[in-house]
Design a protein around this ligand. Structure first.
Ligand code: HEC
Ligand code: HEC
Ligand code: HEC
Ligand code: HEC
Ligand code: HEC
Ligand code: HEC
Ligand code: HEC
Ligand code: HEC
Length: 496
């Protein structure tokens, strides 16, 4: 114990003069944790949470203010936002709470905890598809087939390859690493540490920072998907590397497209001169080409202080379309619980198999116009109206054409199902697991999506020879040939 006191004194004396005062509880946490988890303590010390009290933050003028909750409890206002302030919030809702050196501490700090001070960000994020990504994937029977077709363990039986069940930890390690796991409390365990014996919560599906994680307090998401702890920095979230963690694969190539785009090139060569911390973000002064955040989330102003776009954690209020095609692109869905939609074929998809949207499930033309104008407000900070309209008209034509190619592929697929070359929905079988079906999946999941993302975010290589139109046209020919040959063939795929 004497050691602890010594560490505490050393730590208290070494605090920089500008730091906000820390609560007594947090000082106790720090005294041990500077030894138990020094990386976490130093990360936190460099964060805004260590430097600014909620009371001071509330004083800022609206455009500059970083706490959006009008009423922050008095008990939290006068000290920094420290270990105790986050890890002991809302104990009544946290099943992961354990008694920890005199405090009721939970390890999984959730969006509901952040909401105490950041109500607007948390409520907006709740309307983003990201917050619902776990349910969107796991509650949709058709998507369940896709999970199985990719993750299922294959075994060779007397009848050929057979698919065994998907183990839960395989899903956690695969799809749910991005989409978000279900974190559940199994109980507690005692463990000897350098500072004595302590109890810890035993959690399943953890660690994980997936965007739609289901938390033990019933909330959804993990703010550290983009604001890695314990810096919780805005700078990190504004840089494209953060989004690359999940938005990169051949199915969702936003980051790859961005990297080769003019915008991405300017970012790569100029970023050292940009200011990634200032609020609001001034177009032309702080940065001169957009990052993912600038187009999709940031509060942007011009040098005169006029707002070009309001900050949003909802993000889809700048998205008239859902360009990610499963299987077609379409107007953005109205609600994030897309698993409850049924199309004409009874499948949980917002489009019918011929490509027409399920009208009741998607936003109308008026809402699309509103969202387009919001997004264009960003572009117009740097471009003329004709430049932006020219780009947009071409992009929307490309969406139509990528859908036409997907429809051709789907017609071939339907013929193959009819002729028994594969067993699909009509036979109540997984429509994604057989060789012919895998050719069809690649048509929309990799090639059509690549074409669409390239057109939206300006990276031509990915629209043509790198997973784009070349493979789309080649794949259709392969499908046609296999249909004519009348027997299932081997898969011919380019993936990463
Ligand atoms: C007497 C020393 C001590 C004090 C005081 C203390 N901790 Fe800890 N804490 C530890 C040690 C040691 C660990 C275990 C680290 C490891 O897993 O190696 C730990 C672990 C944790 C964990 C991780 C739990 C898990 O399930 O992995 C959290 C969160 C935590 N402490 C928060 C706090 C907070 C918040 C406070 C103040 C309210 C605090 N601690 C006070 C020593 C302390
Ligand atoms: C998908 C990525 C992403 C996730 C997830 C995310 N954020 Fe953010 N956040 C951002 C970006 C990008 C910015 C910078 C916005 C700007 O430039 O105006 C930001 C900024 C912020 C800010 C600073 C706002 C200000 O007024 O300066 C706060 C506070 C914040 N986020 C809280 C949260 C909370 C709480 C969560 C969890 C519900 C969360 N964020 C989840 C991307 C994300
Ligand atoms: C702004 C809120 C906030 C503050 C302040 C905060 N934490 Fe955390 N902490 C989190 C979040 C969020 C996580 C991630 C939980 C998850 O994703 O399950 C976390 C995770 C942890 C973990 C487990 C992570 C790991 O890598 O093992 C420990 C230990 C921890 N915090 C200790 C601390 C200590 C010590 C302090 C003070 C220096 C502190 N925290 C301050 C929000 C906070
Ligand atoms: C007790 C109130 C409180 C809680 C709880 C809280 N924050 Fe904060 N947050 C603040 C304050 C105060 C600031 C600094 C405001 C300023 O600099 O003007 C801040 C700033 C931020 C920023 C901006 C950082 C930057 O680089 O500009 C982000 C992002 C953020 N918080 C995310 C989170 C997340 C995520 C959680 C939950 C894990 C959380 N906060 C919990 C009060 C809180
Ligand atoms: C590396 C991160 C990552 C992994 C791993 C991942 N996904 Fe995704 N997934 C994404 C992203 C990002 C999107 C959103 C793309 C967009 O909106 O443009 C997405 C979207 C989806 C969607 C569309 C959901 C909707 O809104 O209708 C489905 C279905 C899907 N993924 C299935 C899967 C399956 C099945 C697996 C595992 C076999 C998987 N994903 C693994 C990142 C990932
Ligand atoms: C931990 C993984 C992860 C990270 C990091 C991440 N995303 Fe996502 N994002 C996803 C997944 C998964 C989806 C698809 C959710 C679905 O459709 O079910 C998605 C969907 C989206 C969407 C569509 C939202 C909607 O409501 O239509 C946008 C826009 C987006 N992400 C932008 C970003 C940006 C910008 C960043 C970086 C600042 C980022 N994402 C970081 C995983 C991630
Ligand atoms: C120049 C602005 C711009 C930049 C920079 C940008 N995007 Fe986009 N993004 C767009 C446009 C335009 C669309 C298509 C709009 C729509 O879907 O209605 C789009 C669509 C998306 C979607 C698909 C949403 C859907 O509904 O299917 C995701 C996810 C996404 N972007 C993520 C990112 C990521 C990650 C980055 C950075 C690596 C990024 N964007 C950079 C403009 C941008
Ligand atoms: C912060 C400033 C900024 C913003 C915001 C911005 N751009 Fe750009 N954009 C540029 C710059 C600079 C170039 C490079 C022009 C050149 O080639 O000389 C560029 C290039 C382009 C190009 C040409 C790409 C090529 O390779 O031919 C298109 C198209 C474009 N932007 C569309 C958009 C759209 C659409 C938006 C909004 C969704 C947008 N931009 C937002 C600064 C910006």
């Amino acid at each position: 114990m004497a050691g602890v006191v010594w560490i505490f004194l050393f730590f208290a004396l070494s605090l920089p003069a500008w730091a906000a005062p820390h609560s007594e509880a947090t000082q106790e946490c720090l005294a041990c944790h500077v030894e138990a988890t020094p990386g976490i303590v130093s990360d936190w010390q460099r964060s805004r949470h260590a430097e600014v009290t909620p009371a001071d933050a509330l004083q800022m003028a609206p455009l500059y203010r970083k706490v959006s909750s009008p009423k922050i409890p008095q008990s939290l206002q006068a000290t920094s936002v420290g270990c105790a302030e986050c890890h002991t919030l809302n104990p009544q809702t946290h099943k992961d709470t354990v008694e920890h050196n005199g405090y009721d501490v939970h390890v999984v700090v959730t969006p509901r905890d952040c909401r105490t001070c950041h109500v607007q960000e948390v409520d907006q994020y709740g309307q983003n598809l990201m917050a619902h990504a776990h349910g969107i994937l796991m509650k949709n029977p058709l998507y369940g087939n896709l999970v199985e077709a990719v993750n299922g363990i294959q075994v060779l039986g007397s009848q050929g390859l057979r698919m065994a069940e998907v183990p839960a930890h395989t899903n956690d390690d695969s799809c749910l690493s991005c989409h978000g796991t279900r974190v559940e409390v199994q109980g507690t365990v005692s463990r000897e540490t350098d500072l004595g014996e302590m109890d810890f919560a035993v959690l399943t599906g953890w660690p994980n920072v997936g965007v739609g994680r289901l938390n033990p307090d019933g909330s959804k998401g993990s703010c550290s998907s983009c604001h890695a702890r314990h810096a919780f920095s805005m700078e990190v979230a504004r840089k494209p590397n953060t989004c690359s963690q999940c938005h990169k694969g051949p199915d969702v190539p936003a980051y790859k497209v961005y990297q080769v785009s003019k915008h991405g090139n300017i970012y790569a060569s100029q970023k050292a001169k940009w200011n990634f911390s200032s609020v609001p973000w001034v177009v032309g002064k702080d940065f001169n080409a957009p990052t993912c955040a600038a187009c999709h989330a940031s509060l942007l102003v011009d040098e005169g202080g006029n707002v070009l776009a309001q900050r949003t954690h909802r993000m889809n209020d700048r998205l008239p379309w859902r360009i990610f095609g499963l299987i077609y692109s379409h107007p953005h869905p109205k609600e994030p619980d897309t698993f409850s939609i049924r199309n004409g074929q009874g499948l949980a998809l917002p489009t019918n198999l011929d490509g027409s949207p399920v009208r009741s499930a998607v936003i109308d033309a008026q809402e699309q116009t509103k969202r387009r104008e919001t997004l264009h407000g960003v572009c117009l900070g740097c471009h003329s109206v004709s430049w932006v309209q020219g780009h947009w008209a071409r992009f929307e034509k490309t969406l139509e054409e990528s859908n036409r190619m997907t429809r051709t592929a789907t017609e071939l697929m339907q013929k193959a199902w009819e002729r028994g070359l594969a067993r699909g929905p009509q036979a109540k079988q997984n429509p994604f697991d057989e060789p012919f079906e895998k050719l069809w999946v690649e048509q929309w999941l990799f090639f059509a999506n690549s074409v669409r993302f390239s057109s939206a975010m300006l990276g031509s290589d990915y629209s043509v020879f790198d997973n784009g139109r070349w493979y789309q046209s080649k794949g259709l020919r392969d499908m046609m040939r296999r249909l004519e040959m009348g027997r299932p063939g081997a898969v011919n795929a380019k993936t990463r």
